[in-house]
Design a protein around this ligand. Structure first.
Ligand code: PEP
Length: 249
């Protein structure tokens, strides 16, 4: 699974260019079973969805956020609205920018995850440590705290975790893929033991993934894909990463 997170980037002109360069670069000879999602700004849901279906592109839309069950307020987007827009497969929740700049704590994020479950939308929960926590060797402890939101919840089959070390997002710095693999195994074990139905989630790596380093991450046993910010804004770069993943099956 590969997820593009466009954040607040995009324009009508960019959508056309993105689709053109994605199609130009995408290798249709490869196994195409990898699930591909784009999380554009919600104002582009309709336009991007039209372009994807007109060009027969096998990409699903994903939301960058959702209002919690109790937070359907001004400026927010609810599960019902996402379903109305056919953005009903996946939703990113708890991105570090939401935690840091919008002060979302575990309680708020849990509320959002439950809103996803109630609307049968699979959450992609972002977790990860800061640089300071990493240097104090507190990574697992921090992640375990963030994963507690699954305690006493029955998770959906498609529940996905994105391991995104905060210090790797948009910085060009990346952790060692072997260390990422160990953290992913840890995340799978913690979620399986916390959740009521003991499902094993998919775990994506996110943080400065590019066409240059994607293969190293995808080669690791417990890395099920990637969540990609900067490199997803260019259709050709994103297609190259998708080709790498599809070529490794
Ligand atoms: C992100 O914002 O979630 C992200 C992974 O960004 P980047 O790929 O640019 O580090």
């Amino acid at each position: 699974m590969i997820v593009a997170n466009w954040k607040c980037n995009g324009s009508r002109a960019m959508l056309d260019e993105w689709v053109r360069s994605y199609l130009n670069e995408k290798d249709i000879q490869l196994d195409n079973s990898c699930l591909i999602l784009i999380a554009p700004p919600s104002v582009f849901f309709n336009e991007l969805s039209d372009k994807i279906s007109k060009n027969n592109i096998n990409i699903f839309l994903c939301s960058q956020d959702i209002a919690g069950m109790t937070r359907k307020h001004t400026g927010a987007i609810s599960g019902e609205l996402l379903i109305e827009m056919n953005v009903d497969k996946f939703c990113i929740v708890g991105h570090s920018e939401r935690r840091l700049f919008y002060k979302e704590d575990n309680q708020i994020i849990k509320d959002k995850v439950v809103e996803c479950f109630q609307n049968k939308i699979n959450p992609i929960l972002c977790v990860g440590e800061t640089e300071g926590e990493n240097s104090l060797a507190n990574t697992k402890e921090m992640i375990e705290k963030q994963l507690r939101i699954f305690e006493n919840e029955s998770i959906s089959e498609g529940t996905t975790i994105a391991y995104e070390p905060v210090w790797a997002i948009g910085t060009g710095k990346t952790p060692n893929p072997k260390d990422v693999n160990e953290i992913h195994k840890f995340i799978k074990d913690v979620v399986q033991s916390l959740s009521l139905n003991s499902l094993n989630p998919k775990v994506l790596y996110g943080g400065s993934v590019s066409e240059k380093n994607a293969k190293q991450f995808f080669s690791e046993e417990f890395v099920d894909g990637a969540l990609i910010g900067g490199a997803s804004l260019d259709g050709a770069s994103f297609a190259k990463i998708v080709n790498i993943k599809n070529g490794m099956k």
